[in-house]
Design a protein around this ligand. Structure first.
Ligand code: ATP
Length: 571
């Protein structure tokens, strides 16, 4: 995950050097104090000589620490940059449907806050862990040189600390498994509570929202249980550290009493042993801090290993530009869900208009999604331009499609910039024609800064209908051979309707239009009507007259729609 692995080498070398120098400085305390106590040279150096060694070691430690910090920060920044690029590349390869899944939620959490935490692994954790471990090893080796008995005591302490570290991290992991799922649910409920205030207040639930109360209660209970485990882990670690210190003092004291060690070096060794145990404790803390980042790395792994959309190396040959075909398509959103589309076969010739109709949940939007390859279908084939969508590159497929769906997203830019997204090189004349036809020119007249008005994030300065008009203007500009349009009922007022009719007429001249239709006028003007039933099957397919003559559900649907829309008009 690091784009410049060569940057790791100086970081690792500097961290190890810091540990080695600090370990040596600590170990040098023993001969220094012995030289002082004896008044003679120890290992060829007198007290002053050892003091010089200590001074040089602390200066070296200062300089090396600085180099190690810099090198570790360079690795952390490189890691963050590579990670952002990897996540970006991975996102670009995902099918559009991926963004509706919980994994996409994990992605937004990750990019907004968790990546910085991952960067801390290299900036603040990895280097210190390496330094402390090296320091501990150096102290043990020096102790063996000084006195095998003391070396043995310190060596025995190491597996004890390894065991505590393993036990404490296991307890932490168990605790996390208890509280984390409850906290994720709580975070979702809090977001829901904030986002759905309108609905919650209209139901008279603003001061008491049971779903949030339940989530809070469950998170509180889970956190309390987890806290017990984590506390036990910390107590265990603290108690064992104290125990090891007591054993070290006792053994050193007895060595001093039986004459194996002189009293002053024994005292110096106790000081060294205390530093040694605090170094081991610091290693435990670093290991636990690294462990606490594990879920983050697991989440990252989920995103980075998510199945990317298989794409061909070269674009497919489009033998029938503008045509759209579904050939015996069966699709379900997940393996355990009922199919949203069952054996759907339909052919929409180039430059014709097809209306998708059917009850709510019949699969009309799903048809549009599989055509745009939001998802790959499990059975059958989807062809756009005469070539299966699986054999087309994303760029090739998207180049053939304009999508005007219900959830139109506008960028936080000016109104004109949002329209021009349809085709950056469109001429002024083409832009004016598109905006007139789609009714965006009227919106610009109403806005304080006209075309230069910023529309806000997602286009929140515009109404749903207005946003849809911008999307239609984009589609008119793009001149894609196939237009997928969801005639959102929510965005339909009389003014909008007139613009949609005019725009669809214009689009029909040059493009194939597949429209999820809700209005009588649209349905009646389509060349083909594809009626889906509530099970995601095609119930009937043909012209309006043919389907009406056939009777059946379509005829009933038509009469119901007629009476409902007729009722609206007379009122
Ligand atoms: N992202 C999704 N994940 C799982 N199931 C989904 C998803 N989107 C739709 N479905 C399910 O697939 C089926 C078809 O839904 P679809 O949105 O295509 O119907 P529709 O005909 O467009 O409905 P409407 O007219 O109400 O928009 C429904 O049962 C729906 O619950």
């Amino acid at each position: 995950m690091i784009s410049h692995p060569e940057k790791m080498r100086p970081a690792v070398a500097a961290s190890i050097a810091v540990g080695a120098v600090e370990g040596l400085a600590l170990a040098a305390v023993l001969p220094t104090i012995s030289a002082l106590a004896q008044g003679s040279a120890v290992w060829g150096l007198g007290f002053a000589g050892w003091l010089w060694i200590l001074a040089i070691a602390s200066a070296a430690s200062f300089g090396l620490n600085y180099l190690a910090e810099r090198a570790n920060y360079a690795v952390a920044l490189d890691f963050l940059l590579s990670l952002h690029r990897l996540v970006g590349d991975q996102v670009a390869k995902q099918p559009l449907g991926w963004f509706a899944r919980p994994l996409a939620g994990a992605l937004s959490r990750m990019v907004s806050s968790e990546l910085m935490s991952a960067g801390e692994i290299f900036a603040h954790m990895f280097g210190p862990l390496l330094s402390r471990t090296t320091a501990a090893v150096v102290i043990v080796i020096a102790a063996w040189f000084w006195s095998p008995a003391l070396g043995l005591i310190l060596t025995v302490a190491i597996p004890v600390f390894v065991l505590i570290t393993l036990a404490s991290t296991a307890l932490m992991r168990t605790g996390r498994a208890i509280h984390e799922p409850a906290e994720i649910v709580l975070a979702d409920r809090v977001v829901e509570y904030a986002q759905c205030q309108g609905a919650i207040r209209s139901c008279g639930r603003s001061d008491h929202y049971p779903a949030l109360d339940r989530a809070l209660e469950s998170a509180y209970g889970a956190k309390t249980r987890a806290l017990w485990l984590e506390t036990v882990g910390m107590l265990l670690s603290g108690m064992v550290t104290q125990g090891v210190v007591v054993v070290l003092i006792t053994v050193t004291g007895s060595l001093a009493v039986d004459g194996t060690l002189k009293p002053i070096p024994a005292l110096a060794f106790i000081g060294l042993a205390l530093r040694f145990t605090s170094t081991l404790s610091a290693i435990t803390t670093s290991a636990m801090a690294l462990e606490s980042r594990r879920p983050l790395l697991d989440g990252l792994d989920d995103v980075l290993t998510a199945q990317a959309l298989p794409e061909p190396e070269v674009p497919a040959v489009l033998c029938s530009p503008g045509a759209v075909e579904l050939d015996d398509v069966t699709f379900s959103y997940s393996p355990d869900a009922a199919p949203a589309l069952r054996n759907v076969s339909m052919t929409v010739p180039a430059r014709s208009m097809a209306a998708l109709v059917g009850p709510s949940g019949a699969g009309k939007t799903t048809v549009a999604r599989v055509i745009s390859r939001f998802y790959d279908v499990q059975g059958g084939r989807v062809l756009v331009g005469g070539a299966p969508v699986r054999e087309q590159t994303t760029e090739q497929l998207m180049g053939q499609l304009s999508m005007v769906f219900q959830d139109v997203y506008l960028f936080d830019d000016t109104l004109m910039a949002n329209v021009r997204l349809g085709r950056a090189d469109a001429t002024e004349a083409e832009v004016s024609e598109a905006v007139e036809l789609a009714g965006v020119a009227e919106i610009a007249q109403r806005l304080p800064d006209g075309w230069d008005t910023r529309v806000g994030e997602g286009g929140r300065a515009l109404s749903g209908g207005e946003r849809q008009r911008v999307a239609i203007a984009r589609a008119l500009l793009k001149k894609a051979p196939v237009v997928l349009l969801d005639e959102a009922t929510s965005a339909l007022d009389v003014e909008n309707e007139a613009h949609i009719v005019a725009a669809v007429d214009k689009l029909r001249e040059k493009a194939t239009v597949i429209i999820i239709a809700h209005r009588l006028a649209t349905i009646a003007r389509a060349d083909t009507i594809i009626a889906l039933d509530s099970d995601g099957r095609i119930e009937a397919q043909g012209t309006h007259a043919e389907l009406l003559d056939g009777g059946g559900t379509y005829a009933r649907f038509w009469h119901r729609l007629q009476s409902a829309q007729g009722w609206q008009l007379t009122n």
